[in-house]
Ligand binder design. Structure first.
Ligand code: MLT
Length: 437
C-alpha cells in the first residue's frame, strides 16, 4: 500500500504521470472514476484551501466525502488520534486525508489502516500536494522549460512545511531554490541563503512568498517587540511593486496571504501573481493524487477485488471488459487499415448506462484516445451521449464513437476525424461489435 506523506514518496516518473492526469482534469468538470469510493478528511489544524480542494477533487471524481469534525469528535474525550483513525479505517474508507500539527503523525498512522493516508500537512514537516501544485503551476507557466530556473523562497522558511516539501521536490526537477529570510527564520540547509531580498531579486525567475507561521512560534517577547519585528519584516520581505519593479517573474504564495505583510494588494493584483491559479491547479492535482492512490489496488488484472457498482455490476469487471475491447482494437487495428474491416464479437456485461459510464472511466483512466494521438492536441474530455451513442471528440471532430443497441456495443474509430487517429487508423473506419448480455 502506497501512502503520500512527503514528495519523496513519488518517483520523478510518478510526478510526471500525475501532471499528465492533472492536465486532463483541468478541463474536466466532473466524471465518475471514483464512483462508489469513500474519502475521509480529518483536519486537526485549520484549513480553507487544502480541505475544500481535496473535497472538491474527490467529488469531481464521483467519490463520497466524509469530513470528520474534529472539534466534536472523540479525540475531545481523550481518544488518541491512532484510535480515531483505526476506528475510521474499520468503516472501510478508500483514503484518509489528514492534517495535524505534529510532525510525523500521518506517517505513524500507516500501520493502522488498509487504505492510503494522504498527508495534507503535518506541522512544519511536509505538505506534498502543495509542493506538487506549486511545481505544476511553475511548469505550466514556463511551458516545461524549468531547468535552471531560480526560485526565491521568502519568509518563515524554518517553520514552513510548504518550504520543506518544495525544497524536497523542486530541485529534483532542475529548479534552484534561494532562501531569503531574517536570521531567525533561516533553516539549516545547503541551499543558497540571503538575508535581504534585494541581494537576490535580480536572479529571480519565481518568487514564492510564505506567511509567517505564528502558530509555530514560542511567544516570549513583548507586544511592542512583536510589533517592531512585524514592521521590520514588512520593510524587508513584503513583496511590493517598489521592490520588484518591472522584472519578469512568477509570483506564488500557498495562502493564506497576510495582505500587505507577505505581498501588497497591488502585487496580488499584478498579472505576475498566480496565487489564484495555484488554487485552481490544486484541485486538478488533488484529483490526480486521489485517482492514483485510491485506484492503486485496482489494476486491471487484480481479480481479487470485487467492487460492485450501484447498478449491481462489478466495476472492475466492466473496466476489464472495456480494457479487453481496447487491447483487441489496438492490436488488431494496424492490420486492419481499410474500410469497414471484419467485425469481432465479444461479451460485455451490463446495461447501457453502466457501459457508457465504464467507457468514460476507462477512457479517463487509461487515456486510450490520448495515447494514440501524441502528436496532436487532444481534448479527450468532450463526449456526448445521445440516442444510445457515446461520442468522443477532438477539436469538434468525432474520433471514437460507441454505439449501443439492446444487444450490441459497437466501437467505431473513425478516420474521418482527421489527425486524431491518423497514425494508427489510416484510410478508413474500424468497427468492433460486442454482444451484450
Ligand atoms: C499550510 O497549510 O502550510 C498553508 O498552506 C501555508 C500556511 O499556512 O502558511
Amino acid at each position: 500500500m502506497k501512502h503520500l506523506i512527503t514528495p519523496n514518496d513519488l518517483s520523478d516518473k510518478e510526478v510526471e504521470e500525475l501532471f499528465e492526469d492533472a492536465r486532463i482534469f483541468q478541463d474536466l468538470r466532473s466524471n465518475n472514476i471514483l464512483e462508489g469510493k469513500l474519502v475521509v478528511t480529518l483536519f486537526f489544524e485549520s484549513s480553507t484551501r487544502t480541505r475544500s480542494s481535496f473535497e472538491i477533487a474527490a467529488k469531481r471524481l464521483g467519490a463520497e466525502v466524509v469530513n470528520l469534525e474534529v472539534q466534536t469528535s472523540s479525540t475531545n474525550k481523550g481518544e488518541t488520534v491512532e484510535d480515531t483513525v483505526a476506528n475510521l479505517n474499520a468503516m472501510k474508507p478508500d483514503a484518509i486525508i489528514i492534517r495535524h500539527k505534529d510532525c510525523g503523525l500521518p506517517a505513524s498512522l500507516k500501520t493502522y489502516v488498509d487504505c492510503p493516508i494522504i498527508n495534507a500537512g503535518d506541522g512544519k514537516n511536509a505538505h506534498p500536494t502543495q509542493a506538487l501544485l506549486d511545481l505544476f503551476t511553475i511548469d505550466q507557466h514556463f511551458e516545461g522549460n524549468i531547468q535552471g530556473k531560480n526560485i526565491l523562497i521568502v519568509g518563515d522558511i524554518v517553520n514552513s512545511r510548504v518550504a520543506t516539501s518544495n525544497l524536497e521536490l523542486l530541485p529534483r526537477f532542475g529548479l534552484n531554490p534561494i532562501l531569503v529570510s531574517p536570521p531567525r527564520f533561516q533553516s539549516n540547509s545547503s541551499f543558497r541563503n540571503a538575508t535581504h531580498i534585494k541581494e537576490v531579486i535580480d536572479d529571480a525567475d519565481i518568487i514564492m512568498s510564505l506567511r509567517v507561521q505564528h502558530e509555530r512560534h514560542e511567544v516570549n517577547i513583548s507586544k511592542e517587540e512583536q510589533e517592531r519585528e512585524k514592521e521590520e519584516y514588512v520593510r524587508d520581505y513584503c513583496i511590493t511593486k517598489e521592490l520588484v519593479g518591472d522584472r519578469d517573474f512568477l509570483l506564488l504564495h500557498p495562502g493564506p496571504v497576510n495582505r500587505n505583510i507577505d505581498i501588497t494588494d497591488e502585487m496580488l493584483n499584478d498579472p505576475r501573481s498566480k496565487v489564484l491559479k495555484q488554487v485552481e491547479n490544486g484541485v486538478a492535482i488533488r484529483m490526480a493524487v486521489l485517482k492514483k492512490f485510491i485506484l492503486q489496488k485496482e489494476n486491471i488484472e487484480n481479480k481479487r477485488i470485487k467492487v460492485k457498482s450501484s447498478k449491481g455490476f462489478s466495476l472492475i469487471e466492466l473496466i476489464f471488459a472495456i480494457a479487453v475491447i481496447a487491447v483487441i482494437a489496438s492490436v488488431a487495428i494496424p492490420k486492419l487499415m481499410g474500410v469497414n474491416s471484419k467485425a469481432k464479437t465479444s461479451t460485455v456485461n451490463g446495461d447501457i448506462s453502466t457501459i457508457i459510464s465504464s467507457v468514460q472511466s476507462y477512457h479517463m483512466i487509461h487515456k486510450k484516445v490520448d495515447k494514440i494521438s501524441d502528436s496532436v492536441t487532444l481534448n479527450p474530455t468532450v463526449w456526448s451521449i445521445a440516442d444510445k451513442e457515446v461520442i468522443f471528440k477532438e477539436n469538434d471532430k468525432e474520433c471514437v464513437k460507441i454505439a449501443v443497441s439492446d444487444s450490441q456495443l459497437t466501437v467505431t474509430i473513425d478516420q474521418a476525424s482527421g489527425d486524431v487517429c491518423s497514425e494508427l487508423y489510416n484510410n478508413g473506419v474500424r468497427n468492433e461489435v460486442f454482444a451484450l448480455n
